[in-house]
Design a protein around this ligand. Structure first.
Ligand code: GLN
Ligand code: ZN
Length: 795
C-alpha cells in the first residue's frame, strides 16, 4: 500500500495553533443503515415480535455497520462516519445517550438499554408490550412524538424538555461503535447531533411549559457534550462531526446566544480532538458570519442548496479551518455534474488550498437509496443519469482526486456525456408539454364564478341535507385486496380477473355506504397501492425503482417514484372506476385524485428545472383527469393535497413564493370545470394557522381536514380567518382502532358549529380508511351518519 505524503501545515493565528493534515480529501456525513435487502427492518421487527433475541439484534446491527464501513472504505472515502447507524433514529439515540427519557416511561435513571429506546419510539398500551421480556417494569406510556427532519421525508423522535430535565451521560452507543470500528482499522469520525439543533428541535412539556425557557438547559447539556468529547478523545478519536443543520433556519436571538455560549465551551472541551460542524439543507444567509465564527477545526457547507453563497463563504473563510464542500446531492438521485462541481471546488481550492478542502456529499446519504446495483429492472438509459448512495461515494472520491490534481480526464468525459445525454434527451424534454405550459392563461387558474355563486348552483344540483356525510376516499385495504394486487403484479392473476375483483370490492363498498346513508359516497380506492405511485405509474415522465428504499421513520421505509421528464397524462387514470361506482348509486359519487404538490413532494424530483414548473406540468395532467371525470358525470371531485404544508421552505421569507406556485398549481388543476361541479380537497397531519390564507386561496368548494385528535383545536385557524368555503372537520380518528360513539362525534361537531356557520359544515372522518378494518369502519360510519341525523334534528 502506498502512503500519501503527509503534509503538516502549521497555521498560527493568535493563540490558536492548528494542524491541518492534507491526507484527508474526502469524507462522508452519514451512510444509509437500512441494508441492501432492508435487513434493518427485518431485524428490528423480528426483535419486537420476539423472534430475535437482543444479542441477535445487536449482531445484525454490527453486520450492517461493518458492511457500510467496508463499502465506504472500498470506495476510497478518507474519513468515514460512525454512530450514523441507529436501530430507530439518531435523535432518539442521542436522547438515550444523555438520559433524556420523559418520566412517563418509568426509566430508573441509570444505564440505558434498547428496550427503553424502543419504548420511547413506539409507546406501550399497558399490556405486556412486544419489545420487552416478561417481567419488565416499563409503564404504559404514549410514544414520543415524531416529526419531519427539516424538509426531508425522514421523521425524528422529538426530544422532550421540562424544568426537571437533567442530562447525564448514561449511554455508550457512540463509544461502542467507535471502538468497534477502530478495532477493524477504520479511520472514523463519530457523528452527533449538535447542541443547538437538539434543543431547538425538541418540545417543551409539562406544567408551566409555556414559560419554560429550553435554553436554560444549555449549561447542563454543554457539560454532557464536554464529557462525550473528552471520552471520545481518550479513546483515540481524531475527528468528530457535530451536525447543526439549525443554521439553515431563521434563528432567534435566544438561539444565537445559545450558539455562542455552548460552542465557546465545546470548542475547547477536548484539546487534540478536532471538530467538524456541519450545516445542510439550506443556505446560511444571515447566519453565515455566526457559523464561520465557530471555534472549531472544520466547517461543512451544503453546496447543492447553498452553492450560490460560495463567494461569500470564501471571502470570510477563517485561515485556521478546513472547508468541507458538499457538492454531491445527498437528497436526490441524479448523477453529479462534475463540470459544475469542479467549478465550485476549483474556486474553493484557489481560495483555501487543496490541503484545507474536503469533498463531501451535501448531507448524510441516509436520504438516498442505497445502490443502483440493485436495480436490474431499471431502464439502462435512466440508470445512466442516476446515482444512489454508493454511486455518490464514488463521485465524492472522483471529485477528491480532481482536487488533488489526480483527476482522470476520461472519467470526466464519460460524466459529461451522461449529463449531456440527460440534458438533451427527447424522453425528458417533450415539446408538446412545454408548449402547453406556455399556453396557460391567467384565466385557467380561476373557476368560472366566485364561491358564493358556485355554492348556490351546487346546492341546487346536489340536493344534500345539512351536515352532509362523506369519507376521505379509501376504504379498508384488506389483506385480500393487497394479495390480489400482488398476484396481479406478479402475473399470477389476469388483468381481467383482477378488475372483476376490484368491481366486486367497489360494489360492496358503495352498497355499504348507500345502506349506511352516506350522502356523498366514494368508490374506495381499492385499485390503488399508494396515492402517489398509482398516478405516477400512469403518467409520462415517471419511473419506478425496485429497491430504492429510503427510511421514513423507524422500520417504515418508502420507495418514492422518480420524476425524470416532462409530465403528461396519455389516457384517463381513474374515470372508469368512478364511472362504475356512480352507476351503482343515485347519490353523487365523489371522484378521488392526488394533487400536484403532493405528487411532487413524495417523489424524487428532476433537478434540471424549478420544482414549480414540474408541479405545473403535473397540474395540467391532473386537470385533464378532473375535466374527464366531470364529462363522465361525476359531480364532485376531491383533489388531495396532504403534503402542501410540508413543502414549505425552511426560511419564512421563502414561504410566499412557494405558496404562490403551490396554490397556483392546485387552482390550475381544479379550475377547468363548470360551476356546478364541486371541488373538494383534503389535508392532514398539519397545523393550518400559518398558511390559512393560502388554504383559502385554493378556493376548493369543500375542504376536509384532520381535527378529531386535536379536539377541534385545528379548526381555530379557519375560524379566526373566517374561512369562507365549506369545511369538513374530521370527527373520527382513523389512526386509532377505537370506534367513536355517536355522542362523541355530535359533541365535536357542536364545537365546530359554535364557531362555523352550520350551512358550511360537512361531517367526515379525519383521513382515509385504508389502514382500518371493516369491523371498525362499519360501526364508526354508522355512528357518523347517526351523529349527522342528530345534528340535523337540532336547531
Ligand atoms: N384519498 C386518500 C385516502 O383516503 C387521502 C390520503 C391522505 O390524505 N393521506 O386514502
Ligand atoms: Zn389525510
Amino acid at each position: 500500500m502506498i502512503h500519501k505524503t503527509l503534509w503538516i501545515v502549521y497555521i498560527g493565528t493568535g493563540d490558536s495553533c492548528f494542524v491541518a493534515m492534507s491526507d484527508i480529501y474526502t469524507h462522508n456525513l452519514g451512510y444509509p443503515r437500512i441494508g441492501q435487502q432492508r435487513e434493518l427492518k427485518k431485524a428490528t421487527e423480528s426483535y419486537w415480535h420476539g423472534r430475535l433475541s437482543g444479542e441477535e439484534l445487536e449482531a445484525a446491527g454490527r453486520k450492517l455497520r461493518e458492511q457500510g464501513w467496508a463499502t465506504q472504505k472500498a470506495a476510497g472515502i478518507d474519513l468515514i462516519p460512525c454512530n450514523d447507524f441507529t436501530f430507530y433514529d439518531q435523535m432518539l439515540d442521542f436522547s438515550c445517550l444523555i438520559g433524556n427519557v420523559p418520566p412517563r416511561f418509568g426509566w430508573k435513571g441509570e444505564g440505558m438499554d434498547l428496550d427503553t429506546l424502543f419504548l420511547m419510539a413506539r409507546g406501550s398500551r399497558g399490556e405486556a408490550h412486544d419489545s420487552c421480556d416478561a417481567g419488565c417494569t416499563h409503564q404504559p406510556a404514549f410514544a414520543c412524538e415524531m416529526t419531519k427532519w427539516f424538509d426531508t421525508n425522514y421523521h425524528y423522535l422529538v426530544p422532550e424538555f421540562q424544568a426537571e430535565t437533567v442530562f447525564k451521560l448514561v449511554g455508550d452507543k457512540v463509544f461502542r461503535e467507535f471502538q468497534e470500528a477502530q478495532a477493524l482499522g477504520y479511520r472514523l469520525k463519530p457523528v452527533l447531533p449538535g447542541p443547538v439543533t437538539y434543543l431547538s428541535l425538541g418540545k417543551v412539556q409539562g406544567t408551566g411549559s409555556e414559560d419554560f425557557d429550553r435554553f436554560s438547559l444549555l449549561g447542563g447539556l454543554a457539560d454532557v457534550y464536554e464529557e462525550i468529547l473528552q471520552r471520545l478523545a481518550s479513546l483515540g478519536a481524531e475527528w468528530v462531526q457535530i451536525d447543526e443543520p439549525v443554521f439553515g433556519l431563521d434563528l432567534s436571538a435566544a438561539q444565537r446566544d445559545a450558539v455562542l455560549e455552548v460552542w465557546a465551551r465545546l470548542g475547547k472541551a477536548a484539546p487534540g480532538l478536532k471538530i467538524l460542524v456541519t450545516s445542510y439543507f439550506s443556505e446560511l444567509r444571515e447566519n453565515l458570519p455566526l457559523f464561520l465564527s465557530l471555534p472549531v477545526q472544520a466547517l461543512h457547507f451544503d453546496a447543492v442548496r447553498g452553492g450560490g453563497e460560495l463567494d461569500e463563504i470564501l471571502a470570510g473563510f477563517p485561515q485556521d479551518k478546513i472547508l468541507s464542500l458538499g457538492v454531491v446531492d445527498g437528497r436526490n438521485i441524479w448523477k453529479n455534474d462534475f463540470t459544475g462541481s469542479l467549478a465550485l471546488l476549483d474556486k474553493a481550492k484557489a481560495a483555501v488550498g487543496a490541503e484545507r478542502l474536503w469533498v463531501a456529499p451535501s448531507c448524510s446519504l441516509q436520504h438516498s437509496p442505497l445502490t443502483l446495483a440493485n436495480e436490474p429492472g431499471l431502464d439502462a438509459e435512466l440508470k445512466e443519469w442516476m446515482a444512489f448512495a454508493d454511486q455518490k461515494l464514488d463521485e465524492v472520491v472522483t471529485l477528491g482526486r480532481f482536487v488533488q490534481g489526480r483527476g482522470d480526464d476520461e472519467v470526466l468525459k464519460v460524466n459529461q456525456d451522461a449529463i449531456r445525454s440527460r440534458r438533451e434527451s427527447g424522453r425528458i424534454h417533450r415539446a408538446e408539454v412545454k408548449a402547453r405550459l406556455l399556453g396557460v392563461k391567467a384565466g385557467d387558474y380561476n373557476r368560472q364564478s366566485p364561491f358564493a355563486q358556485r355554492q348556490a348552483v351546487q346546492s341546487r344540483k346536489l340536493q344534500l341535507p345539512e351536515f352532509p356525510t362523506t369519507t376521505i376516499g379509501s376504504f379498508p385495504q384488506t389483506a385480500e385486496v393487497r394479495a390480489m394486487r400482488a398476484r396481479w403484479k406478479k402475473g399470477e392473476l389476469s388483468t381481467e380477473s383482477y378488475e372483476v375483483f376490484l368491481q366486486q370490492e367497489i360494489r360492496h363498498c358503495v352498497a355499504f355506504q348507500d345502506e349506511a346513508g352516506i350522502d356523498m359516497p366514494v368508490h374506495g380506492e381499492f385499485e390503488r397501492n399508494d396515492m402517489v405511485e398509482y398516478f405516477g405509474e400512469q403518467l409520462e415522465g415517471f419511473a419506478f425503482t425496485q429497491n430504492g428504499w429510503v427510511q421514513s421513520y423507524g422500520s417504515r421505509y418508502v420507495k418514492p417514484p422518480v420524476i425524470f421528464g416532462d409530465v403528461s397524462r396519455p389516457v384517463p387514470m381513474t374515470v372508469r372506476w368512478s364511472e362504475f361506482a356512480q352507476s351503482l348509486t343515485e347519490r353523487p359519487m365523489k371522484g378521488m385524485l392526488t394533487g400536484p404538490v403532493t405528487i411532487l413532494q413524495w417523489s424524487f424530483v428532476r433537478d434540471d428545472q424549478p420544482r414549480s414548473e414540474t408541479t405545473r406540468q403535473i397540474a395540467l395532467a391532473i386537470r385533464d383527469e378532473v375535466t374527464d371525470l366531470e364529462a363522465a358525470g361525476i359531480a364532485a371531485i376531491q383533489i388531495d393535497e396532504p403534503a402542501i404544508r410540508e413543502g414549505l421552505p425552511l426560511r419564512r421569507s421563502d414561504w410566499a413564493a412557494y405558496l404562490d406556485w403551490a396554490v397556483g398549481a392546485f387552482r390550475l388543476c381544479a379550475s377547468g370545470v363548470r360551476d356546478e361541479t364541486q371541488i373538494h380537497t383534503h389535508m392532514c397531519y398539519a397545523e393550518f394557522n400559518d398558511i390559512i390564507d393560502a388554504i383559502a386561496a385554493l378556493d376548493a368548494d369543500v375542504i376536509t381536514i384532520e381535527t378529531s385528535r386535536s379536539n377541534m383545536e385545528l379548526l381555530e385557524a379557519f375560524v379566526d380567518f373566517k374561512y369562507p368555503n365549506e369545511i369538513g372537520p374530521g370527527v373520527y380518528d382513523i389512526h386509532s382502532p377505537r370506534i367513536p360513539s355517536v355522542d362523541e362525534m355530535v359533541n365535536l361537531m357542536r364545537k365546530a358549529e359554535a364557531v362555523i356557520p352550520r350551512a358550511q359544515l360537512w361531517i367526515n372522518p379525519d383521513c382515509g380508511l385504508k389502514t382500518r378494518g371493516w369491523a371498525e369502519v362499519k360501526p364508526a360510519l354508522l355512528h357518523l351518519v347517526a351523529a349527522a341525523r342528530k345534528l340535523r334534528a337540532e336547531k
